[in-house]
Design a binder for this molecule. Structure first.
Ligand code: EPZ
Length: 424
């Protein structure tokens, strides 16, 4: 398995470009099932999860190809309505084909995604919502089976605002007979981006990005072109890297309006943040100051930035309390940061972080996508060499990570398998 070898202590300086948002590209790709006609997508990130989704869609009968950051997709016929276990277990977001399959073809057999390192990850609201839309839903041998001759519009309330749940139900409702209202809908920008793509294809959707989304079903969707929004979590990750290494980092082609909760917290830590129309720049020439963080659904502080912020707070002046309200298991990075000298105590869903002057490099192990990012950032700021193993987690959601960090002056190399490379 590949690993990253990082020699810490260099101040990151320079400008890099944000890639397209993984968590917008995945539902948008799944939504190509909903109608015939060619769709051309641009700014699609070259990450493993996108490759996995394209593989799944081609298995189902779509014809999708990726060239750089452009994807051309057509879905005229169905070859299979089954999303198999061995594929779904590698990417939980495969559940996003469930709603489109039932809406377009009247049937779907999708492996239950199961839990992952950060939590149990139930999908009960996806299933309850589909049942409200008139689908017959059952669980058999670890698979979700859903059937409906034609879905019917309904009023759906999700007790918890779920991002992919909102996306699944919004996609299904596009072809339902009548009007659907989703209440307590997720407001993440990726939900809004999916909705704007669907509207370009002829869907009738209002309120996306608010907690009440109304969808009037139509007979069919036609093709359309779309540019995927920039990845706010990738952008945030590089901004935190700049702050942690006391550098000067600018991310261009990003959406500052999607990162207000993060920039607010970086400023609270004493980091200078400059916002342009499509750029965000951080400068930090002294040790950051502790601040408290509480994750929540958008527009609150994103859970996908929690690990990265814990790494920053671990070297800040003072004590911070980090509260993770979304996923019960999302503190896996902490035991690895402790190996690097971080002083962090976990108390339930709180982490009490007492900042230290510097972390020390050490061999650490990635457990999930964003935990890995937190460990890489810690390695960049630490004294000495850090080896992050199991970085296949990182490759799922970060495009050319070591290339982008290298362009900012980071000393970081990918080691293939057991090869050992000395870093000067
Ligand atoms: C999406 O996951 C993202 N993934 C996650 O990003 C992100 O962390 C998460 O939203 C929260 O922002 C994609 O968009 C592909 P949820 P999702 O359903 O949709 C509970 C990354 O690193 N819940 O919004 O699976 C759930 O347990 C990934 O890029 C139910 O109880 O998350 C959680 O506590 C990791 N029942 C809360 O809701 C359900 O049916 C929010 O989860 C669905 C969710």
């Amino acid at each position: 398995m590949d690993r990253l070898v990082i020699s810490g202590g260099t101040r990151l300086r320079g400008t890099i470009k944000a890639s397209g948002a993984k968590n917008a590209a995945l539902p948008i790709l799944a939504s190509t099932i909903l109608g015939a006609g060619e769709c051309e997508l641009s700014n699609v990130p070259r990450v493993v999860d996108v490759v996995t989704m394209i593989k799944l869609l081609n298995l189902l009968g779509c014809s999708i190809s990726q060239e750089g950051d452009r994807v051309v997709a057509k879905c005229d016929q169905l070859r299979s309505s089954e999303a198999p276990y061995d594929l779904v277990r590698t990417m939980r977001a495969s559940i996003l084909v469930l709603g489109p399959l039932v809406a377009r073809w009247g049937e779907a057999t999708v492996s239950l995604p199961g839990g992952c390192a950060i939590g149990s990850r139930p999908v009960n609201f996806h299933l309850a919502g589909l049942a409200k839309l008139g689908a017959e839903v059952s669980i058999e041998h670890g698979y979700i089976r859903a059937r409906a001759s034609r879905l019917k519009g309904a009023r759906i309330y999700c007790d918890v605002s779920t991002v992919t749940g909102t996306e699944n139900l919004m996609m299904a409702a596009c072809l339902a007979d009548g009007v659907t209202v989703i209440e307590n809908a997720a407001k993440e920008p990726e939900v809004g981006d999916l909705a704007s793509f669907l509207v370009k294809r002829g869907a009738r959707i209002e309120g996306a990005g608010t907690d009440v989304v109304t969808i009037e079903g139509v007979g069919q969707l036609h093709g359309a072109d779309h540019e995927v929004i920039p990845d706010r979590i990738e952008t945030g990750t590089y901004l935190v890297a700049g702050a942690m290494t006391r550098g000067d980092v600018c991310v261009e082609s990003c959406r500052p309006d999607h990162l207000e909760s993060l920039t607010l917290k970086l400023r609270a830590c004493g980091v200078t943040v400059e916002e342009g129309k499509e750029t965000l720049r951080v400068r930090c020439d002294q040790r950051p100051v502790a601040t408290d963080i509480k994750t929540g659904a958008y527009p609150a502080f994103p859970t996908d930035m929690q690990a990265q912020m814990v790494a920053l707070l671990a070297i800040s002046r003072g004590t911070s309390v980090v509260t993770e309200t979304i996923f019960e298991g999302r503190f896996m990075h902490i035991q690895e940061l402790q190996r690097m000298g971080a002083d962090i105590k976990i108390e339930g869903h709180h982490a009490v972080v007492t900042g230290c002057e510097r972390l020390t490099g050490a061999p650490v192990m990635a457990s999930d996508l964003r935990a890995s990012a937190g460990l890489v950032l810690a390695g960049l700021a630490a004294d000495g060499v850090t080896e992050v193993s199991r970085i296949y987690h990182l490759d799922r959601g970060y495009e050319r990570l070591e290339e982008k960090l290298g362009a900012l002056g980071g000393i970081i190399q990918r080691q293939k398998g057991s090869q050992s490379v000395k870093i000067a």
